[in-house]
Design a protein around this ligand. Structure first.
Ligand SMILES: Cc1cc2nc3c(=O)[nH]c(=O)nc-3n(C[C@H](O)[C@H](O)[C@H](O)COP(=O)(O)OP(=O)(O)OC[C@H]3O[C@@H](n4cnc5c(N)ncnc54)[C@H](O)[C@@H]3O)c2cc1C
Length: 405
């Protein structure tokens, strides 16, 4: 009987295991995960679950009985410490070894730590796991002034949740605008306005120099000498892919575990997916690493199909979403360079679609409080059609009519 092992019991790993069974694999399936809980989805951790508006149970990828029913061995609170490619075995903490025919690595990513004095004080929190969200929720419920360091997606969402719960919130960002790395200046300014309108003290272009306090954090010191008193600090300054296990095994890594378009690593019987995978994308013609929920949802199953010998490349256009206050958005594409951003709709009312144009082609689109347009935006990106900016801006021209596929 064949054995397929999955290291990393997050969204990508859980969906891969489900797919192995759906596709008829009747050998042994083992998922190994460091966390105490069965696989769950992380988006609620900075949103409804953090605010106490949804149940813990709602976050899980599958019902508790799913793994038993599907004869999937789920080993929680178990860390894989070694991948032995020669022996085709995974070693677990404690020394147990599991042989594999195919191995999938879905170890995800971990928060970057703030590299300043005082970062290890009590009251300095990070957010990746359910328990982190629960610890942060406790601090939010205790009230006081929250300082959030980093206005990327996690920091911006935590700021919005804390503010929604009535806290005084200061959001500190190194760049000139929030979310600038993924959205650029124009959209970043819109998000700056959204946070300021909700009463967040947003400080941009700011460098955190130190966290200070007697045992627990009491204030944040910025370069230039300004200090901000706080009850606690939440840090969201990005994540790093977990590649240690793969690197130690000799697998090629560079900003993630390198894979081909079938999600195969440099060892043919080992695959990777999710936040940790830097995969050749056939549409873009180079590798991309995507740190978003949808990628884990779709790439896990795609890797499982590859493990079973299917030769279909993973070519989904990246997609993600975010909710802050009453502003919901979806983004499709992967814009790293562009000449202009064109808007359709009412930017003031925060009900619009933004299109990123490169060489007069749509390379990304983001709908804000406008829904059911993702397929049309993805169609435009896929088609690579030259578009007329005036038509893109005109709400009377259906997006589908701009797509030439
Ligand atoms: C607070 C928060 C909010 C988010 N909100 C959004 C959102 O609104 N929209 C969006 O698109 N994306 C969002 N994301 C991103 C999304 O959750 C991730 O892209 C997704 O979780 C990636 O899934 P994954 O399975 O690749 O990795 P992970 O979810 O990180 O799971 C990997 C698992 O592997 C385990 N593991 C690692 N190494 C080992 C080992 N050696 N042995 C055993 N187990 C191991 C880890 O403990 C972890 O449980 C959010 C993320 C966070 C943290």
């Amino acid at each position: 009987m064949q054995t397929h092992v999955i290291v990393g019991a997050g969204m990508a790993g859980a969906k891969a295991a489900e797919t192995l069974r759906e596709e008829g694999f009747d050998g042994r399936v083992v998922i190994v995960g460091s966390e105490p809980d069965r696989p769950y989805e992380r988006p609620p951790l900075s949103k409804d679950y953090l605010r106490g508006e949804s149940e813990r149970e709602a976050a899980f990828v599958h019902e508790a009985g799913f793994y038993g029913e599907k004869d999937i061995e789920l080993r929680t609170e178990t860390t894989a410490t070694v991948v032995d490619l020669g022996a085709k075995e995974v070693e677990l903490e404690g020394g147990e070894r599991i042989g594999f025919d195919r191995l999938l690595l879905t170890p995800g990513a971990e928060p970057r730590r703030l590299p300043v004095p005082g970062a290890d004080l009590d009251g300095v929190l990070y957010l990746r796991e359910l328990q982190d969200s629960e610890a942060l929720r406790e601090r939010i419920e205790a009230g006081g002034h929250a300082v959030i360091i980093g206005a990327g997606w996690i920091g911006a969402e935590v700021a919005a949740s804390a503010r929604t719960k009535g806290l005084d919130v200061t959001l500190v960002e190194r760049e000139d605008v929030p979310l600038g790395t993924s959205l650029g200046r124009e959209l970043g300014e819109i998000y700056a306005g959204i946070h300021r309108d909700h009463g967040v003290d947003l400080i941009t272009g700011a460098q955190v120099e130190a966290l200070e306090g007697d045992g627990r954090v009491e204030r944040v010191r910025l370069a230039g000498g300004r200090t901000i008193d706080c009850a606690f600090v939440a840090v969201g300054i990005g994540v790093a892919p977990r590649t240690q296990l793969a690197e130690a095994a000799g697998l090629a890594c560079d900003n993630g575990i390198l894979t081909d378009q079938l999600l195969r690593t440099s060892a043919g019987e080992v695959f990777a997916a999710g936040d940790a995978a830097n995969a050749v994308h056939p549409f873009y013609g180079h590798r991309i690493r995507v740190e978003h929920w949808h990628n884990a949802l779709e790439q896990g199953p795609a890797a499982a199909r590859s493990m079973l010998g299917d030769g279909t490349p993973y070519d989904q256009i990246p997609y993600f979403f975010s909710d802050q206050y009453e502003v919901g958005m979806e983004y499709a594409g992967h814009a790293r360079e562009w000449e202009s951003v064109v808007f359709r709709g009412d930017v003031e009312a925060r009900e619009f679609i933004a299109f990123w144009l490169h060489g007069n082609r749509v390379v990304a689109g983001m709908n804000v409080n406008v829904w059911d347009v993702t397929d049309a935006i993805q169609g435009l990106i896929h088609s690579r059609k030259l578009v007329d900016a005036a038509q893109l801006q005109d709400p009377d021209v259906p997006l589908e009519d701009l797509d030439s596929r």
